[in-house]
Design a protein around this ligand. Structure first.
Ligand code: ZN
Length: 325
């Protein structure tokens, strides 16, 4: 133990005496980047001591890998980079402080910096730096989709999720990166994908506490449109001010139950929103009843105060769904 202390002490003295933190000259072997800025072959990396470290560390925690071996360093190249060096078995998250400053100033949000961090972390997860450069565009879109997905999970808005790309993506396609319009679409696709997953996983949880009902409906409809190739015809709604427009998208009453969204028409017939098939009906058990019955698939459920409950002779009713529109 004494031996260890003797070794560490000189370093502590060095780092506490007010000098500039030491820089390390590193040969860059393999890297991916946020946009088409490039790293030098030998880059002088600084010890990262800015407030952005905390954001990067938070992002690593958010994806469940605190204390990761990814070393955070600064670089003089104007961008953000994921570096993997096989030789010394080290990997890095490199960023330029002025670049992050610019992102913050332009977007007025730290969330947009997180979106860049998620993008870079995706490069590490997929080990993109070690893969063929011929597939670089595909790798970039993968990282963009992941970023959109994670941004949704941490509760960022779609606008915050695409803001950095809007201003710092490349207008035209380069050898390393696709044009930003394609990348923004990919971020949106990841965002919508996550919205749907959150919705499906939360059927048994109080749904309102997680996401807004209209957002779920909108996300579901958007995915359907994309799947059916209607994306282009609905582009004006989808891209309006780069934000979702929730108004007038959905007007019928709707319920969620068991991972489905059911809409109700004026005749109290029930339709599955995903397939538009008639799947049941709502009835009243007797005139003036304070609850209704929902006949759906092969079962009957009780609707009371906007919630859907199981009906069983024994035990307490279980909440299985809720009114969302
Ligand atoms: Zn990238």
């Amino acid at each position: 133990m004494k031996f260890t202390l003797i070794i560490i002490l000189p370093f502590l003295v060095f780092s506490c005496n007010g000098q500039e933190p030491p820089k390390e000259l590193l040969e860059i072997e393999h890297y991916s980047s946020y946009n088409n800025t490039e790293l030098k072959e030998k880059d002088e990396m600084g010890e990262s001591t800015t407030s952005y470290d905390e954001i990067i560390l938070e992002v690593l925690s958010l994806v469940g890998i605190p204390n990761s071996d990814i070393e955070i360093r600064t670089t003089s190249s104007y961008g953000a980079y994921s570096v993997i060096n096989r030789d010394c078995r080290r990997r890095f998250f490199l960023y330029n402080e002025a670049f992050f400053d610019s992102v913050y100033v332009v977007t007025n949000s730290y969330e947009s910096i997180k979106s860049i961090c998620f993008h870079e972390i995706a490069h590490h997860f997929y080990r993109h730096p070690l893969k063929s450069r011929w597939e670089a565009h595909f790798h970039e879109l993968e990282a963009d989709r992941y970023s959109g997905f994670q941004m949704r999970l941490i509760g960022a808005t779609l606008e915050e999720s695409v803001a950095a790309m809007k201003y710092f993506g490349n207008e035209t396609t380069s050898q390393s990166h696709p044009e930003k319009s394609l990348r923004i679409n990919e971020i949106k696709a990841g965002y919508i994908d996550a919205s749907l997953r959150v919705f499906k996983d939360s059927t048994y949880i109080k749904i309102d506490s997680l996401i807004q009902a209209n957002e779920i409906l909108f996300a579901l409809q958007e995915v359907q449109k994309q799947n059916k190739g209607f994306e282009k015809s609905n582009k004006d709604i989808f891209e309006k001010d780069s934000t979702f427009n929730f108004e007038n998208v959905f007007t019928q009453p709707a319920y969620t139950i068991l991972g489905k969204i059911l809409t109700v028409n004026e005749a109290n017939e029930i339709f599955d929103l995903a397939t538009n098939e008639k799947v049941g009906r709502i009835t009243s058990p007797y005139p003036g009843a304070e609850f209704q019955l929902l006949k759906f698939e092969t079962s009957t459920y009780k609707i009371e105060n906007g919630n859907i409950y199981s009906i069983s002779q024994l035990g307490t009713p279980i909440k299985l769904g809720t009114k969302i529109n």
